[in-house]
Design a protein around this ligand. Structure first.
Ligand code: NAD
Ligand code: 6OD
Length: 502
């Protein structure tokens, strides 16, 4: 977790050569916070920004600005005007992609190629997809005939929820922020964003981009800070918030649910996962191994959809184990700007301590380590960063904590199975329910198994292939509700049904 400093530290850093000062963004203006906290670069531990933490007054002002903007020109815009504006935002994101890549890479240490091809590319795609959805959205209407002969026209109109709190994590900061922000705006809401304390930069830059594209002041406000007893909690307990959309840990989702319960506000939650892959002996082995390496190690395993449990049909277990260990060993840890780098550091030293705790626990639980398992020595000034080795375990089963709790790092575990029924039962034996992958050349089996996975997203012979119109979310500890296409529209709007007797 970033360290807290005092307000005077914020002032003291104003003189060059100072790290960037990241301020809150309220009603179209940068706003100081109550104190500053340090944001360090996970690549080498250097200080990159001092961030202004929002307190009670700043959160109040942000919510008031969002409320006032609902009554301004934004609230009177037609859907056509709003969709044009959202497409303009997408264009400005594309034009300023280099700045966004730099912000994302500085905060996370991820490879530049990944930030550009995934995070930033998806940011503009999210705005275009939300514009398409709202432009083509239909409304329910019914010609009603009552048994007593009366007739009526029933139709629904959709209205924005109002002021929406958007609270997001650090792993894919801009992708996950825009995934929620774009449909919230498409539906006509105003927003207060609380980015992760670990990744404050791209949200701050995005606020500037939205203004440049012509989004009126106050429509999107950004408050910085932590969760509990900080900006996050101040926002979720604020009486002026009409709904909360959140991505992050399941335990945080639970805390937010409690925070909004007294005022009965709607929530949309995308939470943690302990995702399974099932590999049948008839799978294309090379494709499966390459796919498993990607689903286990992309973004240093810090994607909620990453595979942390792999069930392999016994006949091919040794081949998959050898192939995946080899792929893990080939990943190239290094500086983000090096095009050969495949894998960055974890987000922070605190997160690395947590992941290393699971490495130690796995050993206690009897794991055999087939790849990685520790902290690499990289030299080149990198050893102050939060680096960790891509890791592969065998020898664990579903009774072990390491097979039940989300690690959120570059580690996965291989377990053999003998029958299809057993594979499905093992995959579904979890309190989470976010994503699953089935690897098989038999597509009839692929459909059959995929449909029985107790998850929100069930892939066959691929992973993290996204159509932004499809429903995205999880069951169990993995979330509440779905977003994507019309599913987002359903969360970010309240329908009013009008009934006219004819
Ligand atoms: P986190 O829950 O610790 O924090 C997420 C955000 O919530 C941050 O902005 C944080 O400051 C804020 N927050 C924390 N406590 C809060 C509180 N009490 N009230 C209000 N806000 C609070 O999660 P993280 O560590 O940033 O992200 C990693 C987690 O996110 C993993 O569990 C991962 O699986 C999950 N995740 C899920 C999805 C998905 O789509 N299902 C996507 C990405 C990440
Ligand atoms: O791709 C998306 O839309 C999405 N919500 C991805 C979530 C990834 C989790 O880390």
């Amino acid at each position: 977790m970033p360290t807290q400093t005092t307000t005077s530290a914020v002032a003291a850093t104003a003189a060059p050569p100072a790290p960037t000062r990241l301020r809150n963004f309220i009603a179209g203006e940068p706003v100081d916070g109550v104190r500053g906290f340090d944001k360090t670069n996970p690549v080498d531990g250097s200080l990159i920004a001092v961030v202004h933490e929002a307190g009670v007054d700043e959160v109040d002002r942000a919510v008031a600005a969002a409320r006032a903007a609902l009554e301004g020109p934004w609230g009177r815009m037609t859907v056509l005007e709003r969709t044009r504006l959202l497409r303009r935002v997408a264009d400005v994101i594309d034009r300023r992609a280099d700045e966004l890549v730099a912000a994302e890479v500085g905060d996370t240490g991820k490879p530049e190629t990944l930030a550009r091809d995934l995070d930033v590319a998806r940011a503009s795609a999210n705005f275009r997809a939300a514009a398409d959805t709202v432009a083509s959205a239909g409304l329910d209407s019914f010609l009603t005939e009552m048994p007593d002969g009366r007739r009526a026209l029933n139709y629904a109109v959709r209205k924005p929820l109002g002021v929406v709190a958007v609270i997001v994590p650090w792993n894919l900061p801009l992708l996950l922020l825009t995934w929620k922000l774009a449909p919230a705006l498409a539906a006509g809401n105003t927003v207060v964003v609380k980015p992760s304390e670990e990744t404050p930069s791209s949200a701050t830059l995005l606020a500037e981009i939205l203004m440049e594209a012509g989004v009126p002041a106050g429509v999107v406000n950004v408050v910085h800070g932590f969760g509990s007893r900080s900006a996050g909690e101040l926002l979720t307990t604020h009486p002026g918030i009409d709904g909360v959309t959140f991505t992050g840990e399941s335990s945080t989702g639970s805390a937010i649910m409690r925070a909004v319960a007294p005022r009965v506000r709607p929530v949309s939650f995308e939470l943690g996962g302990k995702n399974a892959a099932v590999v049948f002996a008839d799978a294309d082995l090379d494709a499966a191994i390459a796919g498993l390496a990607r689903s286990s190690y992309l973004n240093t395993g810090q994607v909620c959809l990453c595979t942390e449990r792999i069930y392999v049909e016994r006949a091919i277990f040794d081949d998959v184990a050898a192939g995946l260990a080899e792929q893990a060993g080939r990943l190239r840890l290094g500086r983000p700007e090096d095009p050969a780098t495949t894998t960055g550091p974890l987000i922070s030293q605190a997160h690395r301590d947590k992941v290393l705790g699971y490495f130690a626990l796995a050993r206690e639980e009897g794991a055999t380590v087939l790849a990685g398992g520790g902290v690499p020595t990289l030299g080149d000034g990198l050893d102050g960063g939060s680096w960790i080795e891509p890791t592969l375990w065998t020898g664990l089963d579903n009774t072990h904590r390491t097979m039940r709790e989300e690690v959120f790092g570059p580690v996965t575990s291989l377990v053999p199975f003998d029958t299809e029924e057993q594979a499905i039962a093992l995959a579904n034996d979890t309190d989470y329910g976010l994503a699953a992958v089935t690897w098989t050349s038999d597509l009839t089996r692929g459909h059959r198994v995929a449909q029985r996975m107790r998850v929100g997203m069930s892939w066959v012979n691929t992973w993290y292939l996204r159509d932004l119109r499809s429903p995205f979310g999880g069951v169990g500890l993995s979330g509440v509700g779905r977003e994507g296409g019309r599913h987002s529209l359903e969360f970010y709007t309240e329908p009013t049904n009008v009934c006219v007797q004819l």
